[in-house]
Design a protein around this ligand. Structure first.
Ligand SMILES: *Cc1c(COP(=O)(O)O)cnc(C)c1O
Length: 471
């Protein structure tokens, strides 16, 4: 376009006469093909949006694109629609329970169970033996009873909902005793004092930030405390001059006084993390054995199953909880139930260390991880192996690390390389530390090794072309 013409276009700002009409565009063969793929209403809405944008551009002095360009912009917008969905990524961060990346990946039996029940009808609330209706938690309860010997159970949508439901059902308009060192925020806006207020319970704080003793609990219960809430400080540590009675001592006091002890465990480990060199995360079994009347925990943290809130404990309290109207509002859906049943069954069969990805990742040995890193380096032809640390994440085991080996790439602009890696399909999410781009094999499934290497090679090539031409 000559300068004179573009100048003329500038002068004739707000002249929209050259912009094609919607109907005119809809007749074009490219657009007609798009209509057959994306539906007429969707294409029309994108066409209108694009024409609005162009009018806006013309108003600000930009030149009018020709029809061909308008059509290709419409096609590009439509083809990007698939980007609107949640997509699989390769987690090379070394954070096992990564909240932004969907927390626990499920084991293959759980995935299969969900696929089987999601795509068709199921016996969710139907008793196949006698053709009658049954409760949707029946099977899960039978699995929990066999595995943990609990009187009763209820599974809801997530653990935040579980805590809210338990407090609402058992302590509305009553006093809930909680130690000041447990007034936690677990992230995502879940703050214990706020949840308590929402549930209609009154807060009765005892002790100090670092110390609380059994007499504090006794005094609170004797002056009207109707429920003792114990919250596992899952994402932080208080060290130094601290004191806290054992859960068994609190339970004994609670039972002596006839008030329930509710334990929000957070992570809900069923296996001992200490076997793998981590700190000991309190297990569900220990909490029940100590005498907690109600125990709540997540399905998608250390349990390694689908998102869920699991409530276990004494029938006399669970009956009230199940009948409370909020229980219906936070009830578990069929996919959660199918996935959780398969996950718990894995534990019951003592196959969790082989089947549940979270535990396989925790159990992975650094010598084996090193071999994978060496293989990656060989195939990529760049980078070096470095000793590093993986974390469990997901608000559990704060400050605890697992020794690992990582592939380390040293580049001038690590953020740019990370951005290119995120644009791959599947996207690769590395860890950036001290100006290096690190890839931790602990959270990469072995069957992803090949595609990961391919994505890194491709990204490095693009990165070098754009940012480090000289090297
Ligand atoms: C994670 C956590 C929750 C919330 O569980 P979600 O399943 O994420 O809803 C509640 N309490 C504690 C102590 C936790 O660690």
């Amino acid at each position: 376009m000559s300068e004179a013409v573009s100048l003329l276009k500038c002068v004739k700002m707000n002249d929209f006469s050259g912009i094609p009409g919607v109907e005119q565009l809809l007749q074009k063969s490219v657009i007609r093909t798009l209509i057959s793929q994306f539906s007429r209403p969707l294409v029309i809405s994108v066409v209108r949006e694009e024409l609005d944008t162009i009018r806006q551009e013309v108003r600000t002095g930009r030149s009018l694109p020709d029809e061909q360009e308008i059509i290709s912009r419409i096609a590009a917008t439509l083809s990007k629609l698939n980007d609107l969905t949640t997509k699989p990524v390769i987690n090379a961060t070394g954070v096992i329970l990564h909240t932004n990346l969907g927390r626990a990946p499920l084991g293959s039996t759980a995935v299969q169970a969900i696929a089987d029940c999601a795509g068709g009808y199921s016996s969710l609330e139907f008793d196949l033996a006698n053709g009658s209706r049954r409760w949707r938690n029946t099977h899960l309860h039978e699995l929990f009873r066999r595995y943990l010997n609990v009187e009763d159970s209820l599974v809801v949508n997530n653990n935040a909902a579980a805590v809210m439901l338990v407090l609402s059902a058992l302590a509305r308009r009553k006093n809930v005793v909680i130690a000041r060192n447990q007034m936690v925020e677990i992230g995502g806006g879940f703050r214990i004092p706020e949840i308590l207020a929402q549930s209609g319970a009154h807060l009765m704080e005892i002790g100090t930030t670092n110390r609380v003793n059994l007499d504090d609990y006794r005094a609170a219960v004797e002056s009207g405390g109707a429920l003792i809430l114990h919250v596992h400080p899952s994402n932080f540590k208080i060290t130094g001059f601290t004191e806290e009675p054992g859960l068994d001592e609190i339970a004994r006091l609670a039972h002596e006084k006839g008030v329930p002890l509710v334990h929000d465990l957070g992570s809900g480990a069923l296996l001992d993390t200490a076997i793998f060199g981590l700190a000991h995360e309190p297990t569900v079994q220990e909490s029940l054995a100590a005498g907690a009347d109600i125990v709540c925990f997540s399905g998608d943290k250390l349990l390694g199953g689908p998102q869920a809130g699991i409530i276990l404990g004494k029938s006399r309290y669970l009956e009230k909880i199940k009948k409370f109207p909020l229980a219906r509002i936070v009830r578990a859906d069929k996919m959660l139930i199918c996935g959780l049943e398969a996950t718990i069954l894995t534990y019951l069969k003592d196959q969790a260390l082989l089947e549940v990805p979270v535990w396989k990742m925790i159990a992975a040995r650094s010598t084996d991880l090193r071999l994978r890193v060496d293989q990656w380096i060989k195939e990529i032809g760049a980078g070096s192996a470095e000793a590093s640390q993986s974390t469990v994440g997901g608000g559990s085991l704060p400050e605890e690390v697992l020794p690992t080996w990582v592939l380390s790439l040293i580049v001038k602009k690590p953020d740019m390389l990370a951005r290119i890696l995120r644009r791959q399909s599947p996207a690769v999410i590395p860890r950036i530390q001290e100006g290096k781009v690190l890839f931790d094999p602990r959270t990469v499934f072995t069957e992803q090794d090949e595609i990961l290497v391919k994505m890194i090679i491709r990204s490095l090539k693009e990165y070098r072309q754009k940012y480090e031409r000289t090297t």
